[in-house]
Design a protein around this ligand. Structure first.
Ligand SMILES: *Cc1c(COP(=O)(O)O)cnc(C)c1O
Length: 355
């Protein structure tokens, strides 16, 4: 049976990306060696990093003055590296969920943290609006897509101070104006690559402004200066990312990805709003295009396990909601097809009919 992968992360990747990466793991570009046993300093590996960086810059129209680096440690290590490198006295954080709170918690180790707004009052079902950004803070940290709650900030915000964004789960799903950001980072395993690599897009002139000493590996300047090659980078995940970036370009770039994301999410939200059994959890104007969260209406709560089993029997994978929200979550990253969303909708309709 055909499987539809709605996993939140690690998550769906285009089949050809998986095939190209697998082929390189068996024989890297005709070298007779596996990519896994190839040195990151090998002549044939450097072009992989260079091309991935070039495609990042091309696909996101990254202006001059920004560096793209690939690191280890996941988005979670960036929660600590961001304040280490940028927080001198005070930083502002927008609290839109678990990941945003975790980022904020790390910042408190380095200085004063101002929470500009929080949607904790309603279990993070919306993105706060009309908050005031303190002009004397070193940066404003945001989480553009809240993977767990299914909310998304779909606009680049205007800010008097540098914006630093965790875009782990919506990078490359829409065009962004990188010039409005001081830094953008994320773990790759949601919408870019397999697990194991973290991407950072860093505005170079923001570096070197804090007075504290920074351990070499945690200092962004180390990685910018050495082009992600200070130590051994995650070579296979970087290769996989490059294949995916090529795929995105072939599909028509981030504009095409956005169009698809709009279509996919519209198909699912339309059914959630129509179906008598289900209700969406995110407020309408904060709904994510990447993670579509929904629950059974109170009067149908007892059908939770039955729907999960039914969806699974129809080939749906990973639609169980995060424990903090419950219900269901359909993660629809770039590689998810319209057909996949229609199959889930068909499943919801059929289940409705039998109840
Ligand atoms: C998954 C996720 C993280 C955590 O990423 P790791 O790479 O596992 O550290 C952080 N932020 C967001 C928005 C996420 O979706």
């Amino acid at each position: 049976m055909k499987k539809y992968n709605f996993n939140a992360g690690p998550s769906i990747l285009p089949r050809e990306v998986i095939e190209a990466t697998s082929a390189a793991c068996l024989d890297f570009e005709g070298s007779g060696l596996s990519l896994m046993e190839t040195s990151h300093r090998a002549k044939n590996f450097q072009p992989i990093v260079d091309e991935a960086v070039a495609l990042f810059k091309e696909l996101l129209s990254i202006p001059e003055g920004y560096s793209v680096v690939f690191l280890g440690g996941g988005a979670s290590l960036e929660f600590c590296m961001v304040p280490y490198n940028f927080l001198e006295k005070k930083a502002a954080y927008l609290n839109t969920g678990v990941w945003a709170s975790k980022a904020q918690k790390e910042a408190k180790l380095f200085g004063e943290v101002v929470e500009v707004a929080s949607s904790a009052d309603k279990n993070f079902t919306y993105i706060p609006k009309n908050f005031t950004i303190p002009t004397d803070a070193d940066y404003l940290h945001i989480t553009s897509n809240n993977t767990i709650y299914g909310t998304e900030l779909l606009k680049d915000i205007d800010s008097p101070i540098p914006v630093i964004a965790d875009m782990s789960s919506d990078i490359f799903s829409r065009p962004i104006d990188v010039s409005k950001y001081g830094m953008i980072y994320g773990g790759a395993q949601k919408n870019l690559s397999m697990a194991g690599v973290t991407f950072c897009i860093i505005k170079e002139d923001l570096l070197g402004k804090v007075s504290r000493p920074i351990p070499t590996m945690l200092d962004y300047r180390t990685h910018v200066k050495k082009g992600s090659m200070f130590n051994t980078p995650p070579t296979v995940p970087i290769y996989c990312a490059l294949q995916n970036l090529k795929w995105i370009k072939k599909q028509g770039g981030v504009e095409a990805m956005e169009k698809l994301a709009i279509q996919r999410s519209a198909i699912l939200y339309e059914e959630i709003d129509r179906n008598k059994l289900f209700v969406g959890t995110a407020e309408a104007d904060s709904r994510s295009r990447m993670n579509i969260t929904f629950v059974l209406k109170p009067e149908y709560q007892e059908l939770q396990d039955e729907f999960m089993a039914f969806a699974t029997s129809k080939g749906m994978v990973g639609v169980k909601g995060h424990r903090d929200v419950g219900g269901f979550r359909a993660s629809c990253y770039n590689a998810m097809t319209i057909e996949g969303c229609e199959a889930l909708v068909a499943c919801m309709k059929e289940f409705e009919k039998s109840h």
